[in-house]
Design a protein around this ligand. Structure first.
Ligand code: NAD
Length: 337
């Protein structure tokens, strides 16, 4: 029997989720949902499935097995918690939730539910990233001595005008860090180890938005390693994300591909098997891999390996920076709950 899938939030990223569902022979799209009635109706016509404007009605009437949450950040937690309470498996787009309190509520709901949940940190499935993780875990490279990451990207005023939630604290819960750089912070945490503390600043330097467009962070991991991090959405192009991990015997440099430079002079590279072309190449190639893997592991007894606790930890790390740089906005966000 096919796995019954539904997608909530039918904007830009939903296309990748819908494509991944369509590509799986054992999955069937049964319903879609968007609070924008016209958008929901257009998707219903295009995809040949019923459309809803409220996710609870969709859950009751379409009885999906898995729901994909592709809404703005402020709407992630409510839909995720409702799905988990209804026993429906969830793939939620990042971040887990708009703010730490909502994220903690999702972690609690997941602990109470027998349903499975994944947070869409798809870059962990990039071939060069997986190769880096395997090399680091093998012990072959010796201990990690330091790491760094950069996200130097371009977002236009039109990007924010097209979906105004992206530029606001109430809708996005933040900007560059919460929306874009969170992927690279996830990779640093995954590759180097749990983050113990963070010092950093975030600022709105160039773009006409409430939330930050530029940030610099120093992460101290529990193993004592330091990661340095710089990110901006105010560049004139989307440069490749970079992650560098220095170990006793090599330096790993991820920038699309992985280059491993050993201290004895050997250099090895690992390239991505698929190419991400087109205007949105910066989304990477791995949504389909994560989604297919989640569906394949639905019957497992253990939780999916990218957990709500991972998602909540990243929201907490980002908030440590926001509390210093945007104290009034964060106080207002907390009052909004
Ligand atoms: N993993 C990635 O690489 C990646 C890339 C882009 C976006 N995203 C994430 O995907 C999510 C959506 O981003 P987007 O750029 O597609 O946004 P978008 O604004 O293009 O689309 C969001 C859609 O959700 C709808 N919506 C809003 N509130 C809703 C609700 N309560 N119920 C149902 N529908 C609702 C809106 O009407 C809109 O159609 C965000 O969480 C974003 O961070 C992830």
């Amino acid at each position: 029997m096919s796995v019954r899938a539904a997608v909530i939030g039918l904007g830009d990223i939903s296309a990748l989720h819908l494509d991944a569902i369509a590509a799986m022979p054992d999955a069937e799209l049964v319903a879609v949902c968007d609070i924008d009635q016209a958008r929901a109706a257009a998707a219903s016509d295009r995809l040949g499935v019923p459309a809803f404007t409220d996710h609870r009605t969709l859950f009751a009437e379409a009885a999906p097995d898995v729901v994909h949450i592709c809404t703005p950040h402020a709407a992630h937690a409510a839909a995720t918690i409702d799905a988990l309470e209804a026993g429906i498996d969830v793939i939620t787009e990042k971040p887990l939730a708009r703010d730490p309190r909502q994220a903690a509520a999702v972690v609690d709901a997941a602990a109470r539910s027998s349903a499975k949940i994944a947070v869409c940190f798809q870059n962990r499935y990039n071939t060069p990233v997986r190769a880096a993780k395997e090399l680091l875990d093998s012990g072959e490279l010796g201990a990690i001595t330091g790491a760094a990451g950069t996200v130097i990207w371009h977002r236009t005023p039109e990007y924010y005008q097209a979906s105004p939630w992206r530029s606001t604290w109430s809708g996005g819960g933040g900007g560059l860090l919460m929306n874009q750089a969170i992927h690279t912070l996830d990779l640093l945490r995954w590759l180097v180890g749990e983050v113990q503390s963070v010092a950093g600043t975030a600022a709105t330097r160039a773009l006409p938005i409430e939330v930050e467009d530029t940030a610099e962070l120093t992460l101290t991991h529990e193993n004592g390693i330091r990661s340095i991090f710089y990110a901006t959405n105010a560049h004139a192009a989307n440069d490749p994300i970079t992650v560098s991990v220095v170990t006793e015997h090599a330096e790993l440099f991820l920038s699309g591909d992985l280059r491993v430079t050993y201290t004895d002079g050997r250099v090895e590279t690992v390239t991505e098997e698929k190419s991400a072309g087109g205007e949105r190449a910066y989304w990477g190639v791995s949504h389909e891999r994560l989604i297919t893997d989640f569906y394949a592991r639905r019957g497992d007894s253990e939780p999916f390996w990218i957990t709500p606790t991972d998602g909540a930890r990243l929201v907490d790390i980002i908030h440590e920076v926001y509390r210093g740089s945007y104290p009034e906005q964060i106080a207002q966000l907390t009052e909004m709950e």
